[in-house]
Design a protein. Structure first.
Length: 378
């Protein structure tokens, strides 16, 4: 390993320590000696560990990661900077949690209330009667809302592979392909370009089935209607992407074209509203007003967007009910839609980074109506 790679790895591990340090600052406000992190996505964010079973203590003076013998070698590679405790088959995860809490003399633990099931919480309280278990919510998730440079780089890479995959599928589209075949081909193409896999199960809806916002791909064929909706995402280095485009494969009527242009204008209005300090509701309102003014307000039932990263839905959410403001470093989708059950559905989605001076649209696939038209193969 060269000195450059040593420095790169050291910087990488220091980044996880910085994340834990930010979380550590939240101990005093909630009155806890340590956080007990049990959500695996949050553990990965704080440590870099990619396994499937662990618990992380983030204390005022030291951190401890608990896992089992299956991951001993992996942990040595992924988390060399961390104190690690490995349990074998003779002890349970609860045994390990109790042992570390007692050894570390933690008087109180901040528990991820939304993650820990009640039975585990009750058993922990029985085993540690002198330890105050404090329910917390969203402590790590709120940190994850603002992406650092490593996360933004991974998201850019994910989007790049996502777009390349779509371009290949779009170029190879035939009238006889089914929604399910397109979804499977998309996943194959992502992996061909270096992705770990899909960020979520692709949504592919032909014709009237595009009106199902989360429709499951079926046997409807591309040639059965003059348009289709594709919503897809890629997983790269643990980070995801999320895009939606319409593909026009035949002659559409005036009503469809009106719906399409309305959704496009709504999306552009919402993107233009993005910037640090802007209320989440304000971005949603910018899109919703365009759609409502066009007479389709009741046909736009979901929020305008959401953040994403290690998970496909993360804080913050762009909707009429979510409070808060955008901050520099947040990455959000902007995806207004109009859905007419049994007739048609249109949604357009891009991934947008909140910058110091406004925003940067990270995705760049064409979306003007004429740019979305294809000539089908055999």
């Amino acid at each position: 390993m060269t000195s450059f790679h040593v420095i790169l790895l050291a910087t990488w591990f220091m980044n996880f320590e910085k994340r834990r340090s930010r979380l550590r600052k939240r101990l005093k406000p909630i009155g806890a000696s340590a956080f007990l992190i049990t959500k695996m996505t949050n553990i990965r964010y704080l440590t870099g560990f990619t396994g499937s079973s662990a618990a992380l203590f983030v204390g005022a003076n030291h951190d401890v990661l608990l896992s089992d013998t299956r991951y001993e070698t992996q942990l040595a590679t992924e988390c060399p900077d961390l104190e690690v405790e490995i349990r074998d088959s003779s002890s349970t995860m609860l045994d390990g949690l109790e042992r570390i809490t007692r050894q570390s003399k933690f008087a109180s633990l901040g528990i991820e209330a939304a993650q820990m099931v009640k039975s585990t919480f009750d058993q922990l309280r029985t085993r540690l009667p002198q330890v105050d278990l404090i329910s917390t919510e969203g402590e790590v998730e709120s940190l994850r809302a603002i992406k650092d440079k490593y996360e933004i780089a991974a998201i850019r890479k994910s989007i790049a592979i996502n777009q390349r995959s779509f371009e290949v599928i779009r170029a190879q589209l035939t009238a006889h392909q089914t929604e399910r075949e397109i979804a499977h081909n998309l996943e194959h193409q992502m992996r061909q370009f270096g992705a770990a896999g899909v960020g979520f199960s692709p949504i592919v809806g032909v014709g009237a089935r595009a009106a199902l916002p989360h429709g499951v791909p079926g046997e409807t064929k591309v040639g059965d209607a003059p348009f289709l909706l594709v919503d897809w995402g890629t997983s790269v280095d643990g980070y995801l992407s999320d895009l939606t485009r319409m593909i026009i494969s035949g002659k559409t009527n005036a009503k469809f074209r009106k719906i399409y242009q309305t959704v496009l204008q709504a999306q552009l209005a919402a993107i233009s509203a993005i910037g640090p300090g802007v209320a989440l509701k304000e971005v949603d309102h910018a899109a919703r007003k365009v759609i409502t003014d066009a007479g389709f307000g009741k046909q736009f039932g979901h929020g305008t967007g959401h953040s994403f990263g290690l998970e496909i839905h993360e804080l913050p959410y762009l909707s009429p009910i979510h409070e808060g403001t955008l901050k520099t470093g947040m990455v959000v989708t902007v995806e207004p839609g109009i859905y007419l059950p049994g007739i048609a559905g249109v949604r357009l989605e891009d991934d947008v980074l909140v910058t110091k001076n406004g925003y940067e649209v990270l995705s760049n696939l064409p979306k003007e109506l004429e740019q979305c038209t294809v000539h089908l193969g055999g």
